[in-house]
Ligand binder design. Structure first.
Ligand code: KDG
Length: 331
């Protein structure tokens, strides 16, 4: 059985071992990354059956990715090995303040050569096998025309099968400009059920500004077509608006984190927690809480996937957060 399919480019990431500017970084640690693969691993750790569909090169990095995802219990039957293109790589610095600089080596990578035909095969193969959810990001259409066509095909197939489609906007300005991204992301939003993004990303989608109030941004997203809009607010938590009751925004605070060890991947962890909760039948408020807890767990370890919690860890994190809020707790 496969409940969720995620599609995209899984990368090998080299992360500087010490904080500081990339220009001064001399040693790097190797991790597996890529937004959609991060979500797949997050869901697998939470006990959901999930497939990752994509391409890697016939090289050692591709093998690292396959071994890692398989080891996490992700179904990689539709992870193609491309003999003619390399696995995509990224290098990133670690920063205590400000966004971390990222350098990609992914142009013409195997991941960018994903085709509509292979995505359709992967979707059809799982359609009668308990498939309920398709998760995509705004990164894939920025990779190439083929990759864009592939996710369009996935959406057609998911719509025909009645799946829930979520899109995390994940605007990557090293891949395309806001002007190029906006119409593509708006077209995706029109076909999706759930849109997730930061205020900055939702602003590009809606043509509002990032300092617009989050509720207003979420309502503007709903006008594009989806039934739920989620605003990821980082240290301020998350907010959701449901088309069924657009006047009642639901907000949940972030879990207090004494130290943010590595925020990259926290947004993907949020998506994993949110989707897992919805698959469990939980309401939107609970889904935001689970998303926030997974995001906090991911931000407390180096690497996109390292801190993704399993069910027991998630329960412990939520319990600790509830205890911290309770005035009766003896510490
Ligand atoms: O969300 C984390 C991702 O940004 C990172 O793993 C790399 O997918 C990635 C990308 O395309 O930037």
């Amino acid at each position: 059985m496969t409940e969720v399919v995620t599609i995209g480019e899984c990368l090998v990431a080299f992360v500087a071992t010490t904080p500081g500017p990339l220009a001064e970084a001399t040693t790097f640690e190797r991790f597996v990354a890529g937004a959609e693969a991060n979500v797949a691993v997050g869901l697998a750790r939470l006990g959901h059956s999930v497939a990752f569909v994509g391409r890697v090169g016939a090289d050692g990095f591709g093998r690292t990715i396959a071994r890692r995802l398989r080891g996490e219990g992700v179904d990689i039957a539709d992870l193609a090995i491309d003999p003619d293109a390399p696995t995509g790589l990224m290098f990133r610095e670690r920063r205590v303040i400000g966004p971390a600089q990222v350098v990609y080596a992914r142009r013409d990578s195997a991941g960018s050569r994903l085709t509509a035909a292979e995505v359709e095969r992967a979707m059809v193969r799982r359609a009668d096998d308990g498939l309920r959810w398709l998760h995509l990001t705004g990164i894939t259409p920025a990779l190439s025309a083929d990759a864009h066509a592939a996710i369009e095909r996935a959406i057609e197939s998911a719509t025909a099968a009645g799946l829930t489609i979520s899109v995390d906007l994940n605007l990557r300005r090293r891949l395309w400009s806001d002007e190029a991204a906006a119409p593509v992301l708006r077209a995706l939003a029109a076909k999706a059920d759930v849109i997730l993004g930061s205020p900055d990303e939702l602003a590009v989608l809606t043509h509002l500004t990032a300092d617009h109030d989050p509720e207003g941004l979420a309502r503007a997203v709903l006008e594009l077509g989806p039934s739920v809009a989620v605003v990821k607010l980082g240290a301020a938590g998350a907010l959701a608006v449901d088309r069924k009751s657009p006047d009642d925004a639901i907000a949940r605070p972030a879990l207090p984190l004494p130290v943010v060890v590595d925020p990259v991947g926290a947004g993907d962890a949020f998506c994993a927690g949110f989707i897992a909760a919805r698959l469990d039948g939980a309401d939107l408020a609970t889904a935001l809480e689970m998303g926030n807890a997974c995001g906090a767990a991911a931000a407390s370890a180096i690497g996109d996937q390292t801190g993704l919690p399993d069910r027991a860890e998630l329960a412990a994190i939520l319990r600790a957060a509830a205890d911290a809020r309770s005035p009766d707790t003896i510490r």
